[in-house]
Design a protein. Sequence first.
Length: 174
Amino acid sequence: MKKIFLFLASSLWLLLGGCASQSTAEIPAVTGFKVDKYLGTWYEIARLPHRFEKDLDYVSAEYKLNNNGGITVVNRGVKNGYPKSVQGEAKWKGSSDVGELSVSFFWPFSGDYKIIKLDDNYQWAVVTSSTKDYLWILSRQNHMPEEQLKELLDFASGLGFQTGLLEYPKQELN
């Protein structure tokens, strides 16, 4: 009984916490999106902290088109010297030329994946979810020029994201 109470209490806390978060509904996803250009490997340059990525370095995400028209997502990283990975599936929330998907790593749960800024050549992207508690800056390279990163940080800050809280995972192996 105690476990059930703790589960319900933590679920309520998460629900209420979600209600307090600022929505990204007013931030449009990119349009003119071309999935074939987005497929492949992306490296995480910066992220807002979350327990599911705590202490994770050398983080990458690989996107592959699957047979049902969805996208297989494989997130990889290293935590305390050990490789970690998780596979999920992304599905379009609407039209496939809009960079907005729903991603599930653990059925039946899913989350929004909204690309809000994207390089014309698909070399970097700024991604969020349904709230401003989630933000990722991704790059095709495992590093990003400082001036480009600053431009993306200014963009995100201008939208109300707390960029001062961003984490910068290690990416380059020495």
